[in-house]
Design a binder for this molecule. Structure first.
Ligand SMILES: [Zn+2]
Ligand SMILES: [Zn+2]
Length: 422
């Protein structure tokens, strides 16, 4: 029997939990500030949700989904991303009927069958937002602003936004025609994947990492110069708003991002402190047609996602760290003999009711060993319970920094503990 977690998964504990909590707490505060509320969707959905939502020709759907039949033969898939499930929930609960815009955030684990590497596991965590129901470029600016702030708050420096427009259902097909005409003479030089993409979804060729394909793409006409007037004025307005918010940006015409559902504004935030291959921190885009494609009403939407595990890797790489917030008052209770247990439990109860972080020794050991253990585990004080304490309702508290001792009757003077710990 294998006593290890499956490939691409990991147990998260200790320091990793601390990093994770800091990221999540900091993001949650911003979500609240921006008036987003949380949604939790199931870990698995009907496979159809992702086939339709993400697009059949994407790598995620073709190669990376954990899809399995349940016991009744229904095809289910562990969620590989957060947007399609949220869209499904918006339609299922008709969230648009009571409130527009619908501003939601999620913090969830995702599953993709990929080659595991640092910061990219088969089970990974993402946080993200979806804002549904607004066409106004103001919401594009708000969502991008929120994404940038998440990293700013965490301590990332030299942030830059990459932004592009991938057009709409009117102008994109026209561009794809132009793009295919350009590619035709190079077809034989493209990799097998890209040759297939040429027929199924040519825009995906922009995602190819193979140098010979990148070379061909570099000189190709870009969608940005082929968007329609409506898309163009929307994009210009977004740029205008970003300037007001002082968010540095670069228009990157090759940016397409890996999902079929994106329309118009797409974006990525990078840190210029990281090398250019692995510098993306998070990104997203508009998906104006997705809700309609799912059978919902026609409501334009926009969102982003951030990989939590990857953010941790990058923070460590850049030396961004927080001081572990040590609880300044915490007490370790040491019992000199087993028969003081009941009294020890009473005292533990008193401390915890007083909101003082504490713990008790579960074994009788030499007092010096116990004190060493308490120091090593970050306790600031030790409370020692012996015969005298039991008889007098007194407690002896030892400050582990200077070894000063104080005694007090905790039943008669319950407030005194705060003074001693101060
Ligand atoms: Zn357009
Ligand atoms: Zn290729």
């Amino acid at each position: 029997m294998a006593i290890n977690s499956p490939r691409g998964t990991s147990d998260i504990f200790g320091d990793e939990i601390f990093y994770r909590d800091c990221i999540v707490d900091s993001a949650k505060k911003l979500f609240e500030l921006f008036n987003y509320t949380r949604i939790i969707t199931p870990a698995f959905e009907h496979t159809e949700i992702f086939n339709r939502g993400i697009g059949k020709s994407t790598d995620i759907v073709k190669k990376e989904m954990y899809t399995f039949p349940d016991r009744k033969g229904r095809s289910l898939t562990l969620r590989p991303e957060g947007t399609a499930p949220v869209v499904r929930a918006i339609i299922e609960h008709k969230l648009y009927s009571s409130k527009i815009p619908i501003k939601l955030f999620y913090i969830e684990n995702m599953f993709r069958y990929e080659r595991p590497q640092k910061g990219r596991m088969r089970e990974f965590w993402q946080l993200g937002v979806e804002a549904a129901g607004v066409d106004n470029p103001l919401i594009d600016a708000e969502v991008i602003w929120l994404l940038a702030l998440i990293f700013e708050e965490l301590g990332f420096k030299n942030l830059k936004l990459l932004i592009n427009s991938v057009g709409c259902e009117n102008c994109r097909p026209q561009y794809i025609g132009v793009f295919k005409d350009y590619l035709k003479p190079y077809l034989e030089s493209l990799c097998p994947d890209c040759r297939e993409r040429y027929n199924t979804n040519p825009l995906r060729i922009f995602d190819c990492k193979i140098p010979s394909c990148i070379k061909i793409i570099n000189n190709s006409p870009k969608i940005y110069s082929h968007i329609c007037g409506r898309c163009s004025s929307h994009f210009k307005k977004v740029i205008e708003l970003l300037k007001i918010l002082n968010i540095p940006f670069v228009i990157k015409e090759e940016l397409v991002r890996g999902f079929d559902y994106y329309t118009r504004t797409i974006f990525e935030i990078i840190s210029e402190d990281l090398d250019s291959v692995q510098n993306a921190l998070g990104g997203g885009g508009r998906y104006d047609k997705l809700i309609e494609q799912f059978g919902g009403p026609s409501i334009p939407s926009i969102g982003f996602a951030v990989g939590i595990d990857r953010t941790i890797v990058l923070m460590k790489q850049l030396g961004i760290s927080w001081q572990i917030k040590k609880e300044p008052h915490n007490v370790f209770i040491i019992l000199l003999e087993e028969r003081f247990e009941n009294y020890g439990l009473e005292f533990l109860n008193y401390l915890r009711r007083s909101s003082i972080k504490c713990d008790i020794s579960f074994e009788i050991k030499k007092i010096s060993t116990q004190i060493k253990w308490a120091e090593k585990n970050g306790f600031s004080h030790a409370a020692i319970i012996g015969e005298d304490e039991l008889k007098s309702d007194n407690i002896t508290v030892k400050n582990l920094a200077d070894f000063k001792q104080s005694q007090f009757n905790w039943k008669k003077e319950p407030q005194k503990i705060y003074e001693i710990l101060k």
